[in-house]
Design a protein around this ligand. Sequence first.
Ligand SMILES: C[S@@+](CC[C@H](N)C(=O)[O-])C[C@H]1O[C@@H](n2cnc3c(N)ncnc32)[C@H](O)[C@@H]1O
Length: 286
Amino acid sequence: MNYYEVNFNYESAIEPSVVSDILAAELGEIGFESFTETADGLQAYIQDKLYSEPALQEKLKDFPLPEVVIHYTCTPIESKDWNEEWEKNYFKPIRIGQECIIRASFHPNEPGYTYNIIIDPKMAFGTGNHATTFLMIQEMLQLNLQGKELLDMGCGTAVLAILARLRGAGRVVAIDIDEWAYNNALENIRLNHTEDIQVALGGAEQIARFGQFDYVFANINRNILLNDICRYVPCMKPGAYLFMSGFYKEDIPVIQAECEKNELIYHSFHEKDNWVAVKVSKPENI
Ligand SMILES: C[S@@+](CC[C@H](N)C(=O)[O-])C[C@H]1O[C@@H](n2cnc3c(N)ncnc32)[C@H](O)[C@@H]1O
């Protein structure tokens, strides 16, 4: 899969990080999936097949801060170069208290964590945005997963599925729509000796064949979740919990409304760097 790297910079009196936050949210709506703040702007990545110059121009024309002038340059990049670049420069170990560390095999070993997960990230970390993975792991560490059935939707590296299995979940299924992610998930599952995790390539249409779950984790993005929440509900057992991330705090009302439209009960959210993870559940009597 090939990508475009688009570098944005601004002419503005407003703090660049404030502009970048808003710009990243806007770009997410037209298919951009990975963002890194730079000194004077934002670097964003989008699959070449999703890139549309008119859609980008339109977004910039309607940008919510009209006083900001945004310039950009766009460069096509090959998957392989991007992987290597990303792995070396952007993938840092994720530490969640003293309980869990997620690191690549090229990082030095750090003993002392209950769960020490090794992943070979390739480009399957999805957005490369650690905050959402961190939030989902934090949620998972609160749960007693012993013997439970869990679905990791949009599994990327399968880090959530692997942690669930290490924490005693009985049956774990990991699904991702991206072939790189699917292959990378299989690789990481082997690396962490959790081979009984089932992995499938595809989107929400894949879920039905795996039956129902006690827990569904879906760290994807706002628009995919809005579209697919209704398709997650049938795979949730009565009383099952759904955790979702990959969107900003300001997106909670629209996600909550979609959940309630599907008779899910909204419980709570946690936030990191303006990203959130929300927790909802299916009523016991459905
Ligand atoms: C933000 S990453 C999350 C990766 C991992 N679960 C984590 O928490 O770090 C989102 C993943 O969702 C996948 N994805 C995007 N759209 C999807 C869809 N409609 N169905 C399933 N997976 C999807 C992407 O390929 C990507 O690997």
